[in-house]
Every structure is written in C-alpha cells, then in structure tokens.
Design a protein around this ligand. Structure first.
Ligand code: MCN
Length: 800
C-alpha cells in the first residue's frame, strides 16, 4: 500500500517526514470496506426517529402520542416530560462562555416552546427504522404559531419576535475587541475611507454520512458504549455524561469511519444525547441516523454574519485602521461552541496580514428562529478573511492602486515576527510576499491585466480576484483558552507503545475523519524512532483505547497531536537509551542514536537497535537499577501559542456580458503551513477546502423564508458544488516554519475554505468594475451577477 516510488525513495533516505507517502487509510475507504456508524448493527437493535417542529417559532400546547403508542412494534414514545421524569438535566452544555452571555436551556426535547424548524419535540423507538419514522409522523403536536425572525440584524431591532425571556431584544451577548478611541482617531485623520455592508451567509455542513449514533447499555457491567460519527470521542463522552448525569468512566465512545465532519461533528446535539438516553432507559441498543433532510434541519449550521465594515487609508495607500460591527447569528439556542464563532474565533483575525495602527470590532450575538450555529470548516476565520479582503479590494480601487501592490505595501514585514497585531494576537512567523510573488507568477498576473484591458475594449469582462490570508489554528495554550471563555483545555495526548517484538502502536487523542492521520503520525514516529513505517500503527477515536483526548477540529491535529506523539517518541528514545547504555556497558552520553540504532561513540560496531531494546525492556531480566520495565511513553502537549498559516489564492473568471454567466478560467493557490509532514495529504486538504470555499463563494447558501421555513432543506435545493463546476486548482507552497512547534508545522485543513470565498467575489467585482459593481453578496450565482449588472445599468453606475 505504501510502496509508491516516492515512499521507497523517502524510506531509503530515512526521511519520512516531508515525503508524499500514500495514505494507508485509503484502501478500505475506496474498496467499500470502511465501516461507518450506520454499517454497525446489533441483534436486538431498536431504531429511533424524531418528531420535529414544522414551525420556526411556536408554543407547544399539547402532544398526543396515543396513535404512535398504539402501533405494533413501537417500543417507546418520549416527550420532554419523560426526560424530566428521569431526573436528568438533558440540556446541551455551552462550552464557550462570554461575559454575561445569556444561555437559556437547550433541551434534548422541546419543552413548552420550539425555536427553530426541525427542533426535536418527541421521539419514537421502534423495532424497525421505517416504523419508527411512521410512528414519529403519527404524533400529533398542537402548536400556537408565533412570528419568527431569522436574520440576526432584524432580531435585535425593536418589535422583533422575542425568543427567550432571559435575553431581551434577542441579544445573547455584546462583545468587543480593539481600541475604539485609537480607531476613531485614525478614521478622523484618514485621507480615504471605504465601507461595506456584507452578509456571510449560513452554510449547511454536508458530510457523506449525516450524524449517526448507536448507543448500547449493559446493565450487568453498567457500561454504556456509543458508536457515533464524531470528530472528538472524548469530548462527546464528557458532553453526554454531563447531559445525562452518567459516570464518565463507564461510558465508551467510539468513532468508526467518519464520512466527513467539517466541524459539524465536534459539538453535542440534542438528538444524539436523546438516543443515548433512550438506550439507557430501555437497556437495549438504539440507533439513530439522520436523513439528509433531517441533518440539514438540525445539524449546527455554519457562518451567519451580517457585517458593516470600514477601512481608513492614507493617500499613499497605507491602511490606518478598520472599524467593524457584526451581528452574529446564534440561531435558536447557544450551541456547544456557538458563542465562539462570531467573537474570539473571528474578530482577532480581522486585521489579516496587514500592519495597521488600530482596529475596533463590536459584535452582537443574536438569537434567531433558525438552527443553532456551530463551527464549520474555518469557523470564524473565513468570515474575518472575507471582511478584510473585501475591504482591501475596495481600498485599492479607492486610492487607485493595483490590489496586489496595496497588499504588498501593507503586509507585516517578514523581519517583524513574532508580531503582535492591533487585535492582540501574536503571529508566530510569516513571510507574506513570497506566496504573493509565487501566486502572481503562476497566474501570469501582468499579462492577465494587459489581457483584461484588451477584452474590456471588446466589451468582455475578465476578473482577477486576489485573496491574501492569514489564519489562526492549533488552538492553545489551555490557560489562554480558559481566559477567553473556553470551558476546556486544548492540549493533546500522544502515547507511543513499543511491543516486545519491537513493533509500535501510537495512540493519539485527535480523531481523524479524512485527514490521513494514520499515515501522518506513523511518518512522524517512525522517523523519530528510526523504525520501519510499516512497523508503526496508529489508533485514534476510541475512549477506551486512547487515554484522553480533545479531538480533531481547528486544524489542530498535526500541530498539537503531532507534537504530542513526537514528544512521546522522544521520551521513548531517552528511556531506551538508558537500557541500551546498560546493555552496552557505557554511559548514556557515550551513545549516539541514528536510524534506530544506539551505537557507542567511536566504536560503531558496538550497537543495539531500539527494537531489540524494546524486547529487553519487556523481558526485564537485566535493566538499569531503578528503571521500570516496559517501553511506553505518554505526553500531554499544550501548545505555547496558536499557529498562523497564510497564503495567497488568485482566481480568474469571465462574466458573460449578456447573461451574467460566470466561468472560472484559472485558480492558483500558494499556501504556507510551515514544514509539511506529508505534501500529498496537504495538497488533498487544500483541494477539498478550496472546493468548499468555492461552494460558499459561488453556489451554497441557506435560505429561510419569512416564516422561518428552511427552503434549502435538501440537496435538490442546496447547491453543493460538483467537480465539473470547479476549475482546475494549481497549487504550490512556501515554507515558513512555526518557531514554537517542535515539528515546525502549522495547520492546513481549513486554508482553502478561508481563502477561496473572497477570491471569487473579488474576481467578479474586478470583472464588473467598469459597470461600477463594488459588491455582490455570496453565493455569487449567475443570477446574482446578472441582477448586479442590471442594477448597475439602472443606476448608471458604470461611469468610471
Ligand atoms: N499536514 C501536513 N503538514 C502540515 C499540516 C498538515 O502534512 N504542516 C497534513 C497531515 O497529513 C494532516 C493533514 O494535513 O493529517 C491535516 O492536518 P491539520 O491541518 O492538522 O488538520 P486536522 O487533521 O486537525 O483536520 C481538521 C481540519 C478541519 S478543522 C476540518 S473542518 C476538516 C479538515 O481538516 N474537515 C475535513 N479536513 C477534512 N478532510 C476531510 N476529508 N473531511 C473532513 O471532514
């Protein structure tokens, strides 16, 4: 499986790190041997289905469950009253708290009121899946319908329908960052200002397998086992145990193959918890698998920002300051991580790559009658990057500079890192001009500008969109996480276990679901120990096997998890060194370690391989005095700081002057994620993320109608991009190592979703700039382009 020519070459050169080793996890995924949650079955399995609210906002007046209960094969029917009677709290725990954040209860089953369409109101457990669904349909809920509001801006204006008594005007929290006075002063001094109202639309996570849970309870051992499509089994175990008042040491959570998560499987949802609760009640295995429509109507949505943004500039094109207000859409309740996205996950990254004197951002987090929002690939950073890069595009036009030149002029100089931004984050390392130069070279920027001018003379609209981004990922250290509201630590664990035969198992608390961790961690550890790549196996995603862990999200796995397994490998080498020295009867300082072999300095023939040392460690017949038998090490790695990957993406589009039809001509991405462990996987991650980013820029967007009905409730209405609709991606990279990470790595899993949306919008606005089109909200569909062209024609905005 791993024997690609590159692998053989890398292997012979004893350098797995940095090599494009083929992913060892792909075979089962590609041959149909993968096991997703819904593939798992049990003999006495029961199926659960939900009755969900048809209304976005209503009082629940009565629930008649009699018809469902009378159906043969229905085992149980539950409402909020049953949950209450069981004595459990059953509320989704908000895990990111802000000062004075309002956190009204988010129950597993709606109590007296529903606050979004799709909220679970009742549940049926039955012998068969379709019977459960039919019985759930037979439950008759009497509602008193209430007015709904689905825009965060509208929700906080006077007269809007009110969602929670605890949150007057639907305000969950008011939050700010930066310096208001300095920012205002910079604006007062500015030669130019630009401003923009924009919407960063809600998105639907579209994993191959929607959310799915199989819960079992063994009354004899009093243990619960939960197989679920999760990105973080240990965190989910904690959430569910808190919600269900269940002892944490008796619950095992396992992630089988997970067909994508994109952030939506790192939070606790009511329906998953309710399924586990039902299994505990019935003492029989219970499975719930969301249908696609059900998933869209209940899985945490992404984004949902409405923003007013301004930038102040000097005549020379220096960015002086930015001033931003964002209404962040929390949806009907505060979800697990919902409060983080529009605040700490977003606003500190608003300055982007640019040195500026001041910034100030205020955020209103609002309740709306929509699915609660959660992290979705990028989770705050795409929104920030979108704001700053759209402003920069407008600023270049305003001061009459080429947009590439304006960026270059304002980049934080490479010799000023680590650099504390005006928002207070400490960027670790950066060299922003390099990816810009490379991207412009790859796209043929100067020639393109010349061609654009020629085509314009012919009435054709070619557009070049630049997106220059920096993002923050690999969250930590835990102390800072705590200071900014996180009710969790963001360390990671890694265990390196030698077996007596010399083979190695690595355990890591991250939980890969498409990112190639099995391959990546094996590369790191095999290199460090000097053992064969195929002698190292990797285990993730099982709370009984991996001692502790925080999971995979926020592009943290390689920077935090990778550092943890590296640290443990290093510890194992140090313990092995003591045993080797004892065996060879020399001092530890007299030993050299290379390619797995300990040899005596100056006498290379006197040597012992680490895999033989492992055997000795377990035989334990002759160990140094006081040294414990065995060769297994564990580390909790808590990062020193976040990491700050960056890059430049450029897209070239042409807009049909008559129809508004948009075609992609070229897409170039140059990313810098520091040292790369596996360039092949990095490229795959960049490709997948660009596809998602272009999805947001061009095709996708949640639509609620005025009554709060989810119009884009199926894949027929929600436009996930298909391969043939996307351009060829030309990728390259620069390498600026992270100075505080032992591997020199930065995360890459979200880069494309952060970079791509504004590249598209900037390209379209660039194309239509002769018509005076300055902004089009995403998704930039052909229709949206056509409408913008018509509006421009109607107002004669074209005179430039
Ligand atoms: N890598 C590397 N060198 C680096 C950085 C990364 O070689 N300097 C490679 C490694 O092989 C690693 C992979 O890139 O396994 C991703 O690493 P990292 O950036 O640490 O991201 P995570 O593994 O923590 O993955 C999380 C990230 C996020 S936040 C989302 S959302 C996301 C994503 O990854 N969801 C995905 N990629 C996804 N890919 C798939 N197939 N499915 C998802 O749901």
């Amino acid at each position: 499986m791993s024997s690609t020519p590159e692998f053989i070459e890398a292997h012979e050169a004893q350098r797995l790190r940095g090599s494009p080793v083929r992913r060892r996890e792909d075979r089962p995924l590609l041959t149909g041997d993968a096991q997703y949650t819904d593939d798992i079955s049990r003999e006495d399995l029961l199926h659960l289905a939900f009755t969900r609210s048809h209304h976005a906002h209503a009082r629940v007046e009565a629930i008649d469950t009699s018809a469902a209960e009378a159906m043969e094969g229905v085992v149980a029917v539950y409402t909020a009253a049953d949950v209450a009677a069981s004595g459990v709290k059953g509320e989704v725990p908000p895990v990111w708290l802000l000062p004075e954040l309002k956190t009204p209860p988010y129950p597993m089953l709606a109590r007296e009121r529903v606050r979004f369409q799709g909220q679970p109101v009742a549940a049926v457990v039955a012998e068969r899946r379709y019977l459960a669904a039919d019985a759930a349909d037979a439950i008759d809920v009497t509602y008193e319908k209430l007015d709904a509001v689905t825009s965060p801006g509208a929700a906080t204006t006077e007269g809007a329908p009110q969602l929670h008594e605890e949150a007057p005007n639907n305000v969950a929290a008011e939050w700010e960052i930066g310096d208001r006075e300095d920012t205002d002063a910079a604006f007062d001094r500015a030669d130019h200002t630009v401003e923009l109202d924009l919407v960063n639309q809600r998105l639907l996570p579209t994993a191959m397998e929607p959310r799915a849970v199989l819960a079992e309870y063994n009354a004899s051992t009093e243990k619960a086992t939960v197989h679920m499509s999760t990105q973080c089994p240990h965190l989910h175990r904690r959430f569910f145990c808190e919600m269900l008042d269940f002892p944490e040491h008796r619950m095992r959570v396992v992630a089988p193959d997970v067909g994508g998560g994109f952030g939506s499987k790192d939070s606790a949802h009511p329906d998953e918890a309710l399924t586990i609760w039902a299994a505990l009640q019935l003492e029989r295995p219970v499975k719930w698998v969301a249908t696609r429509t059900e998933g869209y109507a209940s899985t945490g949505h992404g984004r949902g920002h409405e923003t007013h943004a301004e930038m102040a500039l000097s005549d020379d094109g220096d960015i002086l300051a930015i001033r931003v207000h964002t209404d962040g859409d929390l949806g009907g309740y505060v979800s697990t991580f919902g409060a983080l996205n529009p605040t700490w996950g977003y606003a500190p990254m608003l300055p982007g790559q640019y040195a500026m004197e001041a910034m100030h951002c205020t955020v209103t987090e609002a309740f709306t009658n929509a699915v609660p929002t959660e992290p979705y690939r990028g989770a705050g950073r795409p929104e920030a990057s979108y704001v700053i890069e759209r402003l920069v595009h407008l600023a270049a036009k305003e001061v009459g500079m080429d947009p590439a030149d304006l960026r270059r002029r304002n980049y934080i100089p490479s010799d000023e890192f680590p650099y504390e931004t005006t928002a207070g984050y400490l960027y670790d390392s950066g060299d922003y001009e390099k990816p810009l130069d490379r991207a412009l070279e790859l796209v043929g920027y100067d020639d393109l500008r010349a061609r654009q001018a020629e085509l314009r003379a012919e009435g054709r609209y070619l557009g070049i969109g630049i997106s220059s981004y920096v993002e923050s990922c690999g969250y930590g250290p835990s102390e800072i996480v705590g200071q900014i509201g996180g009710q969790l630590g963001l360390w990671e664990t890694g265990v390196v276990r030698f077996h007596p035969s010399g083979k190695v198992t690595v355990f890591c608390g991250t939980s890969g679901h498409g990112q190639g961790h099995q391959t990546t961690y094996a590369q790191i550890v095999a290199d460090e120990l000097g053992v064969d790549f195929d002698d190292v196996d990797v285990v993730e995603g099982d709370t009984d096997e991996v001692p502790m862990g925080m999971g995979t999200y926020g592009s943290r796995s390689v920077t935090v998890g990778g550092a943890a397994v590296l640290t443990s490998a290093r510890k194992a080498v140090e313990k092995a060194r003591q045993i080797a020295a004892h065996q060879l009867e020399v001092a530890t300082e007299d030993l050299e370690f290379e390619s797995g072999e300990f040899s005596v300095t100056g006498a290379p023939d006197r040597a012992i391989h680490i895999q033989e040392v492992a055997r000795q460690a377990y035989l334990a017949h002759d160990l140094p005095e006081g040294l414990e038998p065995g060769l297994e090490e564990e580390s909790f790695y808590d990062p020193e700081n976040l990491v700050y990957p960056f890059g430049v993406h450029v897209v070239v589009v042409e807009v049909d002057a008559d129809t508004g039809e948009l075609s992609f001509e070229k897409y170039v991405a140059v990313d810098d994620c520091g040292e790369q462990i596996n360039p092949k996987i990095v490229e795959g991650q960049v490709h997948g993320a660009i596809a998602q980013g272009l999805g947001q820029g061009r095709f996708e967007g949640v639509v609620y109608d005025e009554g709060g009905n989810l119009v884009t409730g199926s894949m027929q209405d929600y436009a996930v991009p298909k391969a043939h609709q996307l351009p060829h991606f030309e990728t390259d990279h620069t390498v600026t190592p992270c100075p505080h990470n032992p591997l020199g790595v930065k995360g890459v899993g979200e880069a494309g979703t952060i970079a791509a949306p504004q590249a598209v919008v900037n390209a379209v606005c660039d194309a239509l700039s002769p018509l005076g089109v300055d902004h089009i909200d995403m998704p930039v569909t052909d229709e949206a382009v056509w409408q913008a062209m018509n509006r421009a024609a109607a107002t004669d905005g074209g005179a430039e």
